[in-house]
Design a protein. Structure first.
Lengths: 309, 357, 516
């Protein structure tokens, strides 16, 4: 039983950076923009978070810096995709490359350094609940913030005016435009904010999870997040489920490793990726041919008002 | 008198724009990259001149550039094939790696003391492995519309871990002091290298592929069908072109060529399978294909340029102690500017005088 | 006629709008008075929608001014127009399909508070519904509603925003005759309440019956604005077209020949897996035009796709000249002599980015003489394409011009030419004259009649009932995937009867006096 609680608790921690990235990308994709640069943005976030924390001793400054950096990097993608109508797949890949390269380049002097970073803050009373306590309420503040983010986004998307506008822009930009909603502005806004949130996911890795910097430390989590957005059918609650599931598999596999099982590490590492493909397969088959239900209908397509056929 | 700026769709696309934009994009990327280097305390002039002289300034550099260009050209053509159908196969990296894995397996378990036979077996094994690796994702996409970006990406990581399993484990060279690599290939399995340089037979394969596919797309029925699918899948359906079969077949070909690129890199250049041997050139191949605007002949040229960039990056690492990933930044910047430049292919900006009443 | 002269709700003066090389609107004057129904009449491409898009803020004019309630206004966005009291119901409804009616209703409204007041909105919707007789379920998701209901939502949306001026763009294009009647009742109600209503149309009958005034546009220019009571249908037609228009079609008497295709109790599923065609049987003969009438979305598309091999029927058989083609690929149908002109030309039939040469061989590239083994003989392609362009008078600068640069009429001629070049046995044509100018329309109709004389079998789908009735030898009416009846002498049947059949009443019921 102890082990299960430990794994679940590790699942939450391990899933948190992915959750941030997934949530950020959900905001972006809901507006109709596809951002595949998550891995690069996360690495930049991890670097900025680490370096600013290292320099100032204050992890919150690091996280804020990461958020701003994420927004700045995403601005490039936003400009290319929204205003210039460029191919969003290639643009996202370019961001990934540039972000990965830049983070390696900038971080080369920090390799191996450590910081104090964020420590777990148990929630009074709640963390004593058997099972749920250690699993949910004995983590660092960023984890708690992610809980609020999930709840907040759910309320936002379903019950607020701004959420309605966002959904309309993603599902039918022409209709949104015809009632006076500024489609480009909304796309810029949510793409950039989404990118900032993704960067926080990266910062989590360096400032809270490992408290050190390593080259390419996100190890593909950005890409997992891209997959999870589809798995979550663009909804924050399912995103949380997916992120923790993935985190759980990763944590489980690490446990198996340290428990000295005969299955070699490398093969175990394949589990999460294979699982993702499996899940994606089941969702796609269920949705029926050609229509990915729940996807923002205009995803990946630029919008220009005066297009005349 | 009031001036207004209007963005108008072009009625026709002039040829000069197609050439000017990649060139202009490249130049602007180098400028931006130089600025970035400057901010890092590195002199851009020093860096760039070092890169150019090391890659193109001497015969060793030139041969190294070609050596780097060979797998890029092959992988670039592989990527181009699927991109032409708007299938976003970003799994070239994994297909390359799986091809190399299959090649090593052939050397290990099917060794024959005959160069030509070995070459053929390795060629087929690598092609088959890479092809199946990609066709799997292709089938999922064609039949159930499973997003190929995700599946090919996941397959990349799976392939990388598979290789790790073998090179850290059962296939590790006992003489390698714990480093994750296999024993060196026997001479027979190695590809012929020209004149004492490291340029190997792969270069012929690359050229043949480039010319072959250029001819295919220009003159054959199948090339026409692929173009139609890429431009308009519904019209393709309408013309009776079988979508599922074509997607799977093209993905298979794409993966096969990438696998062969992996084989040529291992058997031609490195001589053994090791962790991280590919250095991400499966992703670089995507840039090459995109920069070359999916034209097979242009891919040959662009991969040469990219090879120069990578060799330059190597020397930057040795001489100026910058990490290898610095070139990634330049690659990303090039893509940015090219993407931005694409805009001017489709639209033009008109400045006009607005009459004020 | 209830209107107050001299006080206009809206005045547009000297409006000019250019698009990549031509004038969509050229110095047009237009005004709307309170309590009037003002029709905007013209051919497709005359500039009606452009003009109204300017009025509703979607486009900005290059020259000219707009006055609302005598104040000069600049309408830079749809938001500005809504604030000025102008609301437009577009041909393709600007609704978000995945959202509910009430969410669509308040989309973009600034005075809505941050937390969506669902109940209040629903209450207001119910109130307006009652006032104007437009009934919908506020909590339904738009994609679940029928086209008629969706249109009601679109109109409600405009009324919800307290629009004074309502613009309806071709509102009856997707409605049955009965639904159209209901719509016009609503329009009359709005007129009584003092709104100004503009409706865009190219249907002369509607315009004659429901408008107070009509403005005719032709090729971007205004021809005239007249009181409807003082003009005749023929005069309007002449203004629209600029020349005397014949309303009848010259159809030679021909006896129909052998059976070309036999459709035997087929059922076809839609993309969503629901039943679109339900046990339909039909025989198509040489020298015959069979028309299918019906509201869009009742299975015509799925039926046509099955007939040309693009969609496999879930049950039943299709026989072409005796051979069972039911489970064959599209290529087999093409080789058997079936040709298809789909409704969306740029979408399915042609490839916009490819040039005329490349498009012309879409149905032929695997056959000689265009193909030689594995390769394509581009010289043969050039002569093939040239033959099509010459015979069908396709207006294009060169054969290398990308097809996206051609006008609608020329696109249609190219497609027609390509499909007919091989003298097909069966031609399936869906909305072939939609969006074409008068010259192109009569060219297409004549070509189809010539094919009929040559011996082809033609299956013809159109939403223009009069076109269907005058061209078809037999007319089938489809409703929810079933034939309500197949009429052997369509010209002799009452349009009202056909309308009833389109709405789901079978022919036998109609004959039995089952008029609702």
């Amino acid at each position: 039983m102890e082990i299960i609680v430990a794994i679940l608790s590790a699942a939450v921690r391990s899933g948190t950076p992915i959750l941030y990235a997934t949530l950020g990308e959900i905001l972006t994709e809901r507006s109709g923009v596809l951002n595949l640069g998550l891995e690069g943005i996360m690495l930049m976030g991890a670097f900025t978070g680490f370096s600013f924390t290292y320099a100032t001793g204050n992890p919150w400054i690091g996280i804020l810096a990461a958020f701003i950096t994420g927004m700045a990097v995403t601005l490039i993608h936003a400009f290319l995709s929204i205003t210039m109508g460029a191919n969003q797949v290639v643009s996202g890949l370019a961001i990934t490359m540039a972000g990965t390269g830049a983070s390696s380049l900038l971080g080369r002097h920090y390799i191996g350094q450590t910081i104090t970073g964020l420590s777990p803050v148990p929630v009074p009373f709640l963390h004593n609940i058997p099972v749920l306590g250690p699993v949910l309420f004995d983590h660092d503040p960023l984890v708690y913030i992610s809980f609020f983010l999930v709840a907040g986004m759910t309320l936002f998307l379903g019950f607020t005016k701004a959420g309605l506008n966002l959904r309309a822009v993603g599902d039918s930009p022409r209709s949104a435009d015809s009632v006076g909603i500024n489609v480009q502005k909304i796309r810029y806004l949510y793409t950039i904010i989404g990118g900032g949130i993704v960067a926080i996911g990266g910062a989590y890795m360096s400032v809270a999870y490992t408290k050190m910097w390593g080259d390419l430390m996100t190890a593909g989590r950005g890409w997992i997040a891209v997959a999870l957005v589809i798995f979550a059918i663009w909804h924050p609650l399912r995103a949380a489920f997916g992120s923790y599931l993935f985190g759980g598999v990763t944590a489980f596999q690490l446990r198996l490793q340290t428990a000295g099982t005969n299955i070699p590490t490398s093969l175990l590492m394949i589990l999460p990726y294979a699982l993702t493909i499996l899940v994606l397969f089941f969702i796609s088959v269920r949705q029926g041919k050609g229509i990915l239900f729940g996807a923002p209908a205009s995803l990946g397509q630029p919008f220009y008002r005066e297009e005349r056929d | 008198m009031n001036y207004g700026v209007k963005v108008e769709k072009r009625l026709y696309r002039p040829k000069w724009v197609s050439v000017l934009i990649p060139v202009a994009g490249l130049i602007m990327a180098l400028i931006a990259g130089g600025f970035f280097l400057f901010l890092l305390g590195v002199s851009p002039f020093e860096a760039y001149s070092e890169m150019i002289s090391s890659s193109l300034g001497n015969s060793y550099g030139l041969s190294e550039t070609i050596v780097k260009a060979i797998p890029l050209a092959m992988a670039g053509i592989a990527v181009m094939l699927s991109f032409k159908m708007l299938i976003w196969n970003i799994g070239a990296e994994g297909q390359i790696v799986i091809g190399a894995l299959a090649t090593t397996a052939v050397v290990r378990y099917a060794y024959v003391d005959n160069s030509l036979l070995m070459f053929l077996m390795m060629f087929c094994a690598a092609g088959l492995a890479g092809g199946l690796w990609a066709a799997f994702a292709g089938y999922l996409k064609a039949r159930w519309n499973v997003n190929e970006i995700i599946t090919t990406l996941m397959m990349n990581y799976i392939a990388l871990h598979l290789v790790d399993f073998f090179v850290y484990g059962p296939w590790r060279d006992p003489a390698s002091l714990g480093f994750p690599m296999t024993k060196p290939y026997p001479e027979v399995a190695r590809l012929y290298q020209f004149f004492g340089t490291r340029v190997h037979i792969g270069i012929i394969v690359a050229f043949l592929l480039g010319i072959l596919f250029y001819w295919i797309f220009k003159n054959t029925r199948w090339g026409y069908e692929i173009k139609v699918i890429g431009e308009n899948p519904r019209a393709a359906d309408f013309a009776g072109i079988n979508y599922v079969w074509n997607v799977v077949f093209v993905m298979f070909l794409s993966g096969a060529i990438a696998g062969i690129a992996g084989m040529s890199e291992i058997a031609g250049l490195q001589g053994r399978l090791q962790h991280g041997f590919s250095g991400g050139f499966g992703y670089t191949a995507i840039i090459v294909a995109w920069l070359a605007r999916l034209n097979p002949l242009a891919i040959l040229f662009v991969s040469f340029l990219m090879g120069a960039l990578l060799v330059g990056g190597d020397s930057l690492q040795i001489v100026m102690r910058l990490p290898l990933s610095s070139t990634l930044v330049i690659q990303g910047l090039i893509l940015f500017f090219i993407l931005g430049g694409e805009f001017f292919r489709r639209y033009r900006i008109k400045i006009f005088k607005r009459k004020v009443k | 006629m209830i209107y107050q002269p001299e006080t206009c709700l809206v005045e547009m003066k000297r409006i000019t709008k250019k698009f990549a090389g031509f004038h969509a609107n050229d110095q047009i004057d237009f005004d709307v008075r309170p309590g009037e129904v003002h029709a905007l009449l013209g051919e497709n491409g005359a500039g009606k929608t452009t003009l109204m898009n300017i009025l509703s803020g979607l486009y900005v004019q290059e020259e000219g001014i707009i006055k609302v309630d005598n104040r000069k206004l600049v309408l830079k966005s749809p938001g500005d127009a809504i604030k000025a009291g102008i609301g437009m119901v577009h041909q393709h409804f600007m609704l978000v399909p995945s959202q509910t009616v009430w969410e669509n209703m308040i989309l973009g409204l600034e005075e809505i508070p941050w937390f969506l007041p669902k109940q209040k909105v629903i209450a207001k919707i119910t109130e307006i519904s009652r006032q104007y007789g437009l009934h919908v379920d506020p909590e339904a998701k738009v994609w679940q509603l029928s086209i008629g209901e969706q249109q009601r939502v679109a109109i409600l949306k405009v009324l919800f925003r307290q629009a004074n001026i309502l613009i309806l763009d071709e509102p009856t294009a997707v409605l049955t005759p009965q639904e159209s009647q209901k719509l016009f009742q609503t329009v009359m109600q709005m007129r009584k309440e003092g709104h100004g209503i503009v409706f865009i149309s190219h249907k002369l009958d509607e315009v004659m019956e429901f408008s107070d005034r009509v403005t005719v546009l032709r090729k971007g220019r205004k021809i005239d604005t007249v009181d409807t009571a003082t003009i005749t249908k023929h005069q309007l037609a002449e203004m629209m077209v600029g020349e005397k228009v014949a309303f009848t079609v010259d159809k030679p008497e021909i006896e129909r020949g052998e059976t070309v295709m036999k459709i035997d109790e087929i059922s076809v599923l839609s993309d969503r897996g629901l039943s679109a065609v339900n046990n339909i049987s039909l025989e198509l003969h040489e020298n015959e035009i069979v028309g299918i009438a019906g509201i869009a979305g009742n299975g015509q598309n799925e039926l046509c796709e099955a007939i040309v091999g693009l969609r496999r029927p879930s049950s039943g058989h299709i026989f072409m000249s005796g051979h069972d083609l039911t489970s064959s690929r599209p290529k087999a149908f093409i080789s058997a002599g079936v040709r298809y002109i789909p409704a969306d030309r740029k979408g399915t039939g042609l490839i916009p980015n490819m040039n005329i040469n490349e498009n012309s061989i879409l149905k032929k590239y695997w056959q000689k003489p265009v193909s030689k083994g594995f390769t394509i003989d581009w010289k043969a392609v050039l002569s093939f394409a040239k033959a099509i362009v010459d015979k069908f008078h396709v207006d294009t600068p060169s054969l290398e011009t990308p097809v996206r640069n051609l006008s609608g009429g020329n696109l249609q001629k190219l497609m027609l030419g390509r499909e007919l070049k091989d003298e097909p046995k069966l031609l399936v044509a869906v909305h072939p004259t939609w969006g074409l100018d008068v010259a192109a329309t009569s060219f297409v109709r004549e070509t189809i009649l010539l094919e009929r004389t040559r011996g082809a079998s033609i299956l013809f789908i159109s939403e223009d009932l009069s076109e269907l009735v005058s061209l078809s030898d037999r007319l089938a009416v489809i409703h929810k995937g079933e034939f309500m009846g197949i009429l052997d002498d369509p010209a002799s049947v009452d349009l009202d009867t056909i309308g009833l059949m389109m709405a789901g009443v079978s022919y036998s019921e109609v004959l039995a006096g089952g008029r609702s």
